[in-house]
Design a protein around this ligand. Structure first.
Ligand code: ZN
Length: 553
């Protein structure tokens, strides 16, 4: 964490060498695939926000057909030859970073596609759609038995996918790699044991202090339409461009892009009793959306549009949600929006009191509503469970019991129902490997936030004056515009001047909550930074033809 003068010049704006025939040939194919994927994302967006109940199965068939068509495009022989010819050229003469990024991404995506037969790709889409419908019903009625057959099917299919992709360590590694290129379970184990230690230590200190934060200011009766309006106001102030986006409600908040910065949509889920749930979701999804909207137009309709990885993506949602969106200064600058939306509740309230309420630390059952200290424990629970589901033999019926036991062990609480337990998240309707990227995102976020603070020593004063544009501009310039031109680790170096270093998170979390709870400063354990994964080079990124582009909360 020793920052030497990190004055690396940022790379130039990404640009393809379109005058080169080999680049333009690969770009033409990529655009076709990107357009089809965008239509797929649109169908998935609709499925989540508007689809009539009776059409769930039909939509599954439609998604499967489209996935099959996209798959054919990827595995096309001629496309393979065009990629090979580009690879040959790139190895011999100079090309731009975007050209090399394009080659890297099409190579890895095609490699993935060729390992799966079309029938399996279609079956994955069908099962995901049915699983989503089953999950909605199961969660609404808290009946795990409605969901379990689909979860069992998903486990079987994901194991097959992992085996076909291949892996060096454990089967789960092949799935992790889809969300974060190069990430392995052994690397996650190392990172997470430090995060677990930091989080549990902080939690113990807070609990031992006996002091509590009053969060009653977040409770009341909040009309959903006004919450939606408030979410719009806050998103707009963050710099989210509604001319290139939109907001809707869905059972689980998420962000969808359509392969370009021109259309990036978000959803939230208002809770009538707790105002923070929709506000923080709006800021979280807003962070994803700013990243997508900030990606250079030159990258539109190519595999380089959007974020570098899910970890990089979650770093932005979590940075905006937590480091900025839960700060006193942010609310000093934005509290007029709360007062305008709910005058009866907030006219006499103070922003500092409101921000303090947003930082109450208390073990709770629902991940997306968790405070920053306990949040990663929710992730670790899910990580351990999905690793076991993919690698080992876990009886499906025993999963709710294992879930509840882990909540007891890690957080000291137990879900009264499966809706508040194993059924709360949408993620397992589609596969495994996403959850760890949230914690990885938290680690990246702390490091990027520290760099932002170095760039703006007056950051607090700016936020307090209502200014967030400086942060948005800085992030767009240093990070967002590059899309997926660089791999996550290289990108973190560009943004922060250093390689990824988890020590920033320990420092951030410890100092922040010592402040919130008025605890004396204690040294933050500075365990030696684990080395970056060694076997990274050959490992590829998400096969876009398998998953709609949804960033979930
Ligand atoms: Zn997210």
């Amino acid at each position: 964490m020793n920052v030497k003068a990190s004055k690396l010049a940022a790379p130039k704006a990404p640009q393809f060498t379109a005058s080169d025939d080999r680049i333009s040939a690969v770009l033409a194919r990529s655009r076709e695939i990107s357009d089809l994927s965008a239509v797929l994302s649109l169908a998935a967006w609709d499925q989540n926000t508007a689809l009539p109940e009776g059409a769930g199965e039909l939509r599954g068939e439609q998604l499967a057909t489209l996935q099959g068509v996209i798959h054919e495009k990827w595995v096309d022989q001629r496309f393979g030859e065009q990629i090979a010819s580009l690879a040959d050229a790139v190895s011999k003469s100079s090309f731009t970073d975007a050209d090399r990024g394009l080659l890297r991404e099409v190579t890895r995506e095609r490699e993935h596609a060729t390992k799966l037969p079309r029938g399996l790709v279609e079956e994955l889409a069908r099962v995901e759609a049915s699983s989503f419908e089953a999950w909605k019903k199961a969660r609404a009625t808290s009946d795990f038995a409605l969901f379990s057959p689909w979860l069992a099917r998903t486990i079987t299919l994901q194991r097959e996918v992992a085996d076909r992709y291949g892996y060096k360590g454990t089967r789960y590694d092949a799935l992790l790699d889809l969300y974060e290129p190069g990430l392995t379970a052994s690397r996650v184990d190392t990172l997470f044991s430090a995060v677990r230690e930091t989080s549990q230590r902080m939690l113990r200190r807070i609990q031992a202090s006996g002091s509590d934060v009053d969060a009653s200011l977040l409770e009341g009766s909040f009309a959903p339409e006004r919450q939606m309006e408030l979410a719009r106001v806050i998103l707009k102030r963050m710099g989210y461009d509604f001319a290139r986006g939109g907001i809707a409600q869905s059972p689980h908040p998420f962000t969808t892009d359509f392969g370009s910065p021109y259309d990036v949509r978000v959803t939230v889920r208002p809770d009538e009793r707790f105002v923070d749930s929709s506000i923080l979701a709006a800021i979280h999804e807003g962070g994803h959306a700013l990243y997508e909207q900030g990606s250079s137009p030159a990258l539109a309709r190519t595999p380089l549009a959007g974020g570098a990885s899910m970890g990089a993506h979650e770093s932005q949602s979590r940075l905006w949600e937590n480091a900025i969106g839960r700060s006193v200064e942010f609310w000093q600058g934005q509290f007029d929006a709360m007062r305008a939306a709910f005058p009866e509740r907030y006219t006499d309230a103070q922003p500092a009191e409101f921000a303090r309420a947003l930082n109450r630390v208390q073990p709770t059952l629902i991940r997306i509503e968790a405070d920053e200290v306990t949040y990663n424990l929710h992730i670790i629970i899910r990580y351990e469970m999905e690793k076991a589901m993919v690698n080992g033999e876990v009886a499906i019926e025993s999963l709710p019991r294992i879930w509840n036991q882990k909540y007891k062990d890690y957080l000291g609480i137990e879900p009264p129902t499966d809706s508040d337990g194993i059924l709360q998240d949408i993620h397992w309707t589609g596969g495994f490997g996403y959850f760890p990227t949230y914690t990885l995102g938290n680690l990246y976020a702390a490091q990027i936030y520290a760099a932002l603070r170095r760039a703006y020593p007056d950051l607090d004063a700016r936020l307090a004056s209502g200014d967030t544009a400086f942060a948005h501009d800085w992030l767009r310039e240093r990070m967002y515009q590059y899309g997926k031109t660089y791999e996550p680790e290289a990108l973190i170096r560009i943004v922060t001047g250093e390689r990824p270093d988890p020590a920033y998170f320990a420092e951030y979390l410890t100092r922040k909550f010592e402040g919130v709870y008025g605890l004396p400063e204690e040294p933050v354990s500075t365990a030696p930074t684990p080395e970056a994964p060694g076997e990274k080079a050959a490992r590829p990124a998400p096969a876009r033809d398998e998953k709609p582009r949804a960033k979930k909360r």
